[in-house]
Write a protein that binds this ligand. Structure first.
Ligand SMILES: NC(=O)c1ccc[n+]([C@@H]2O[C@H](COP(=O)([O-])OP(=O)(O)OC[C@H]3O[C@@H](n4cnc5c(N)ncnc54)[C@H](OP(=O)(O)O)[C@@H]3O)[C@@H](O)[C@H]2O)c1
Length: 259
């Protein structure tokens, strides 16, 4: 039940009192990052495009630990809309850490998707965090010691057939991780590249197909199990807490690249 305080051991107190903004925090990996940040004593703003999902996530988190009361709030942002992004950061004001896990449905049929659809895959995963970081920087919203952590996936190193454009956006994010680390320094910028994780991302599939995919993820890994979102969330917490890491993409994939 207890959460970290300023008296906790060093590895637990880095986020105490810090404001962590999780765009994509209403489900999956982002939700677990929000929960972990709250347990580390941070204040958290959860965001996604749906007010109903934001409200539901805040309520759910408060149920997991009543000590989160007063430390959590929600704010909507449509990452496809530049005006919405700017209005969001104007409302947030100064903050310490941005975690970007927002992502819309993946593109998995390269040969059949039209150009507009393929161009659109860059909106939420690439332009959303990049425009956010640039706007927040120019407005002076980053507190000293701030960081930005973005998200890609194993697809960045090993695309499956049909996933070429999803691999392309992941590559763009990985590349601009280094670019932004230089542009924004000393603000740190990193990215997490998970393998398969059991989250709501796959809820567009039938329950049977999702179960089959989760089994596939586990079998095509070295750890022989499918990751849960709270396990991957550990890497985002590490990247926020460790003030000596920037410009990096961290693979958290259970050895899927070696299997
Ligand atoms: N799960 C995996 O197996 C896996 C593996 C590798 C990489 N990843 C990547 O890791 C990231 C997080 O994945 P996840 O599994 O946690 O996904 P998820 O559970 O589907 O969560 C995605 C989040 O993005 C938000 N979102 C979608 N469109 C948005 C928009 N236009 N503006 C603002 N927010 C938006 C969603 O909320 P709303 O719908 O309310 O907007 C939700 O909060 C994604 O980039 C995903 O591609 C996931």
């Amino acid at each position: 039940m207890s959460i970290a305080t300023a008296q906790s051991a060093p590895s637990l107190r880095h986020l105490v009192g810090k404001l962590v903004v999780v765009v994509g925090g209403t489900s999956g990996i982002g939700y677990s990052v929000a929960q972990g940040s709250l347990e580390h004593g941070a204040k958290v703003i959860i965001s996604s495009s749906s007010q109903a999902k934001v409200d539901a996530a805040v309520t759910k988190l408060l149920k997991t630990n009543p000590l989160f009361a007063g430390s959590i709030s929600g704010l909507t942002l449509n990452a496809k809309d530049v005006k919405s992004i700017e209005a969001f950061w104007d409302k947030v004001g100064k903050f310490d850490h941005l975690v970007w896990t927002a992502g819309d449905p993946l593109l998995t049929n390269f040969m059949e998707e039209d150009l507009d659809t393929q161009k659109g895959i860059f909106d939420v995963r690439f332009w959303g965090p990049v425009l956010s970081a640039k706007y927040a920087y120019k407005k002076g919203l980053f507190n000293p010691g701030a960081s930005v952590t973005m998200s890609v996936g194993t697809v960045v190193r090993k695309p499956s057939k049909g996933w070429a454009m999803t691999a392309a956006v992941a590559g763009a994010v990985e590349s601009i991780t280094r670019g932004l680390a230089v542009e924004l320094a000393p603000i740190r910028v990193n990215t997490v590249a998970p393998g398969g994780v059991e989250t709501e991302l796959w809820d567009g599939m039938t329950a049977e197909a999702k179960a089959g995919l989760m089994t596939f993820f586990g079998e095509h890994s070295l750890v022989k199990r499918t990751a849960q979102p709270e396990e991957v969330a550990e890497s985002y917490l590490y990247l926020m807490k460790c003030r000596n890491v920037t410009g990096q993409t961290i693979d958290v994939e259970g050895g899927a690249l070696l299997a």
